[in-house]
Design a protein around this ligand. Structure first.
Ligand code: GRF
Length: 212
C-alpha cells in the first residue's frame, strides 16, 4: 500500500505542489498525497490540489479553540488513513493533542536555518539581523514552535541588495528540493534519532547513506 501523506497549508501551496510534482515524477517512491487541508477559505493551495485531482478540504479555524480545531483535523487525517503529515505554509500552532496523535510523523518546512529566526517573517528577520547566509530547515514537529529535531537544512547566501522577497524566492527553490528529500528519507525509514540529532542511515539501495 502507498505511503499516505496529508498536507496542511494556509496559503500559496508551492511546497505542496513541489511534493506533488516529486511524487508524480517518481522521486518519492510509493508515496501518495491523499488529502490537502487548509484552515483558510480561498487558500490558493486548495485550487492547486483540485487541479491535480487531489482531495482538498477547508476546515475553517475561526472561533475554535486550538485543540477542538485539531480534533477535527486529526479526525480528517485518520479518516483518510494518513501516515505522514506535512505542514507546508500552515499558519497555525498545533496542539499537543495533535502532536501526540502523530508523534514523530509530522514534518514542517521553515524558511531559515533554525534555531535562528523561528516564527513569522523569517526572511525579514534574517535581513534585519544582517546574517550573510540563511536557508531553510525541514524538522519534525513537537510541542514548541519551529523547534523539533532537524532532518535537513540547505544554506542560501544573502546578497547585499536583497529584500525579504528576493531572499524568500532564493530560499524557496531550496525548500522545494529539501522537502522532497526529507519526505523520502522519512518514508524509507532512513534515519534514527539520537537525542535531538537526526542521523541519516544507509538504505540497501544506497549503502553510503546520503542523497537520492
Ligand atoms: C514557505 O516559505 C515555508 O517555508 C513557510 O511558509 C511558506 C509557504 O509557502 N512555512 P508555500 O505556501 O508552500 O508556497
Amino acid at each position: 500500500m502507498a505511503h499516505r501523506i496529508g498536507v496542511l497549508l494556509s496559503g500559496r501551496g508551492s511546497n505542496f505542489e513541489a511534493l506533488a510534482e516529486s511524487i508524480s515524477a517518481g522521486r518519492i517512491p510509493g508515496a501518495e498525497i491523499v488529502l490537502v487541508l487548509s484552515n483558510r477559505e480561498g487558500a490558493p493551495g486548495i485550487e492547486r490540489a483540485h487541479a491535480r485531482d487531489i482531495e482538498a478540504r477547508v476546515i475553517p479555524s475561526k472561533g475554535l479553540e486550538r485543540e477542538a480545531y485539531d480534533r477535527l483535523v486529526v479526525a480528517a487525517l485518520r479518516e483518510k488513513g494518513v501516515e505522514l503529515v506535512c505542514l507546508a505554509g500552515y499558519m497555525r500552532m498545533i496542539s499537543s493533542y495533535f502532536v501526540e496523535q502523530f508523534r514523530g510523523r509530522i514534518l514542517n518546512i521553515h524558511p531559515s536555518l533554525l534555531p535562528a529566526f523561528p516564527g513569522l517573517e523569517a526572511q525579514r528577520q534574517a535581513l534585519d539581523h544582517g546574517v550573510k547566509f540563511s536557508g531553510c530547515t525541514v524538522h519534525f514537529v513537537d510541542e514548541q514552535l519551529d523547534a523539533g529535531p532537524i532532518l535537513l537544512q540547505a544554506v542560501v547566501p544573502v546578497q547585499d541588495g536583497d529584500t525579504p522577497e528576493t531572499l524568500a524566492a532564493r530560499i524557496l527553490v531550496e525548500e522545494h528540493r529539501i522537502y522532497t528529500e526529507a519526505v523520502r528519507i522519512v518514508l524509507e525509514g532512513r534515519f534514527r534519532l539520537q537525542g535531538r540529532r537526526v542521523l541519516l542511515t544507509p538504505s540497501p539501495a544506497n549503502p553510503r547513506g546520503r542523497g537520492n
